[in-house]
Write a protein that binds this ligand. Structure first.
Ligand code: PRX
Length: 698
């Protein structure tokens, strides 16, 4: 069989990851994804808590068990998704078909012919039944200053904001960048775009002006919505100043809407609009645009293996349905619960489980503006007690940070409201899992390790839903969600059958929440996700299927790393570093870190120039990454080397760099394809000198 080169490369990487894992058996670091095969086989059935299926999936499917529903969802997706979509969403026009997908060409159409408005499904339908139910609890940076926003109030501010956008010339199909921390106005801005049929692209408010500008330019945004300043962990963040710097190179932007998060005045320019002042002049109702199921709802930029972030496109009906169904079933959300997802809206978790999923389900959703350690390491649990949070969904990196503190920071707060704990964004190691489950959850709340991606729209693999009393294995995503059929692929591109096997994680059938395209570059979408394994969606992750048929994610197979749950392509960092005039070449890899999961490690080649002061160059390089991407992307380590290990065809052999940077040079694997194998000794010597330096000089 002829093996597709990219696939074969991916598989090599996967195999490397697998052997890397077993080699790490003795490695002290708590880097988890790679400890999968030595997990304790302790299992948990959610003692005394309900694991039964949350009711009301829809009336025609009522009374079926999880197993029956899962089987139906994969054997007859049209009946499954069709019945649910009909009943759970409010349509202006019913859909003609449930799906019209061809995964090999990248035609992904769910509910064609159907028309609806997402903001109506998230707001108006609930206002009609319970206008005074709290939709948002804005947990502001200072503890005890939370603000409740009812469904009626959120609908009103959404409509005022929608009218403001329209008055400034934003119409259906226009793109709007939102550069704001999580707040009711940020949620209203997202929903206002949905109301008028504009497409939002939320940019994480920690990204630099250049990174923001790149996204605005790619999306050709007509407007930016931002705040004068942000507040986080007691510090003020100059958001408007960043937007000012960004829009200088963005001629498509006609208006910048500025909300006032603090009372400080910031310089305003000719295109700036004071958001609240303008909203106050507008009517509190706005007739919703009738959207086709497959019109764009939003795009969200994420990293791939090239230097250029990609605008992942999600559309209306399928995304909303998938976000709401996963929100209910993965977390066992029940009406009346207070749902606490502490993610930022700048990431997909914030989109699906702070905004769209919970609001579509009429939930009360928490907007967490602060940090896990502000003003002290008890912040999350004090918030749980004060707000009565029922589901707490967070990132392993925060858990790893918090478990280093005294348990009393958790124990002194009443956590009896908690029913489900959730983890997302990166592998959760056993120590963190056990601490989260036992210390935070007192061993009584099911803890769900949820695997998914910006591209999947919602959770695809998670311990829940499951049959009554079903086991939960620590640090394992375990079971596919309804409609999701995972497949593990081998190096020939064939699906691996049986259990106790590892391979490239693919999904074999389209599901309503999956991304539709990359904005402006459908071919890149097809090439990245659909071509490596024809007929399948390729996730970029490797996975292991256990003896019991459960899935465990083993980590990325490409050059994407995960820093504190933030996904970043090493190529993006390299592109930033390569801008330095004294630096002809760099290679960045991810290495394990006990709190952040992974951190970037940069190998840097300098121009032959004796006048270059290495420490000055490294400072410059740090500055470049902060300016071009974000502070969190700055490599933790810089190692100056004379050259990089390259194959004869000029490809950098990153595997060698990974081995060197993790002190695993006893088994370097095959280095015969290196152009000059002596480079390895050279790099190892440079690394030994580097390690022997005092930590602050590295
Ligand atoms: O490598 C996987 C990792 O995060 C990647 C997706 O990142 P992003 O699109 O930013 O979305 C993060 C939030 C959904 C995946 O390809 N990842 C996500 N969840 C897990 C995970 N790795 C291991 N276990 C998880 N539960």
């Amino acid at each position: 069989m002829v093996v597709n080169t990219s696939r074969s490369l991916l598989y090599t990487l996967c195999r490397e990851a697998v052997s890397f894992r077993s080699e790490l058996r003795f490695y002290k670091s708590a880097f988890v994804s790679r400890q999968v095969f030595h997990c304790q086989r302790r299992t948990y059935s959610a003692n005394g808590t309900k694991t039964s299926l949350s009711p009301n999936i829809c009336s025609s499917l009522a009374g079926r068990s999880y197993k029956e529903l899962y089987e139906l969802s994969v054997e007859d997706p049209d009946t499954f998704w069709g019945s649910i979509a009909k009943e759970r969403l409010l349509w202006n026009r019913p859909f003609d078909h449930v799906n019209n997908c061809d995964i090999s060409t990248g035609r992904i159409n769910w509910f064609p012919g159907g028309q609806l408005n997402v903001s109506v499904n998230c707001l108006d339908v609930h206002v009609a039944k319970h206008p005074n139910r709290v939709a948002l609890v804005w947990e502001r940076d200072e503890p005890g200053t939370e603000v409740n926003v009812t469904y009626r109030e959120l609908l009103e501010s959404t409509c005022r904001l929608a009218n403001t956008l329209k008055r400034h010339g934003i119409h259906r199909g226009d793109r709007v960048a939102i550069y704001m921390p999580v707040s009711p106005l940020a949620v209203a801005a997202m929903l206002a775009c949905a109301r008028i049929g504009a497409v939002h692209t939320v940019v994480f408010a920690g990204f630099s002006a250049e990174a923001l500008a790149g996204r605005i330019q790619d999306a050709q945004c007509k407007a930016v919505v931002t705040c004068n300043q942000g507040v986080r962990g007691g510090r003020v963040i100059e958001l408007k100043a960043t937007v000012d710097a960004a829009v200088k190179s963005c001629p498509s932007v006609r208006s910048v809407f500025v909300a006032q998060r603090t009372s400080n005045r910031v310089p305003m320019t000719g295109i700036d609009v004071l958001l609240e002042e303008e909203m106050a002049k507008e009517a509190a109702d706005c007739s919703p645009e009738v959207m086709d199921s497959e019109d764009m709802l939003f795009m969200l930029y994420t990293s791939g293996s090239t230097g250029q972030p990609k605008g992942i496109v999600h559309t209306q009906a399928g995304y909303l349905l998938y976000a709401s169904l996963t929100h209910q079933y993965v977390f066992d959300y029940r009406p009346g619960d207070v749902f606490g997802c502490v993610a930022d809206i700048g990431w997909v978790t914030g989109h699906s489980y702070v905004v769209y999923g919970p609001l579509c389900n009429g939930a009360t959703t928490v907007l967490f503006e602060s940090t896990p350690v502000y003003p002290d390491p008890g912040r999350y649990w004090e918030t749980v007690e004060r707000l009565g949070i029922n589901q707490f969904y967070g990132a392993p990196t925060a858990i790893r940070l918090l478990l280093k503190y005294e348990e009393s920071w958790v124990k002194k707060y009443d956590r009896s409201s908690l029913k489900t704990l959730g983890s997302v964004g990166e592998p959760i190691n056993h120590e963190a899992w056990e601490w989260f489950y036992n210390v935070v959850g007192d061993g009584r709340c099911p803890l769900v390790d949820t695997w998914w991606q910006t591209e999947t729209g919602g959770v695809c693999i998670a311990p829940r839903p499951a049959e009554d009393g079903a086991e939960i294995i620590p640090a394992m995503a375990m079971r596919p969600f309804f409609g999701v059929q995972p497949a593990l692929m081998d190096e020939t591109g064939a699906a691996i059958t049986g259990n106790d096997v590892s391979g490239a994680l693919c999904i074999s059938k389209p599901w309503p929440g999956m991304a539709r395209t990359i904005y402006g570059d459908h071919q890149r979408f097809v090439d990245a996700y659909l071509k490596p394994y024809p007929g399948y969606y390729f996730t970029g992750d490797g996975a292991y299927r256990s003896k019991d048929g459960y899935y465990q994610i083993t980590g990325r197979m490409d050059d994407v790393i995960n820093i504190s749950g933030h996904r970043l392509g090493t190529a993006e960092i390299e592109d930033a570093l390569d801008e330095h005039p004294g630096v002809p070449e760099t290679a960045v890899i991810g290495i394990p870190h006990d709190i952040k999961g992974e951190v970037p490690f940069a190998f840097v080649v300098l121009k032959e120039d004796d006048s270059l002061d290495h420490s000055v160059v490294i400072e410059d390089l740090r500055g470049l990454v902060a300016t071009k991407i974000a502070k969190y992307a700055i490599p933790d380590h810089f190692l100056i080397v004379k050259r990089l290990p390259k194959t004869r065809s000029g490809k950098i052999m990153r595997r060698i760099l990974r081995k060197v940077a993790t002190d695993e040079t006893s088994n370097l694997g095959d280095i015969s394809t290196l152009d000059d194998p002596s480079v390895v000794t050279e790099i190892m010597q440079a690394y030994t000198r580097f390690k022997n330096q005092p930590a602050q000089k590295r």
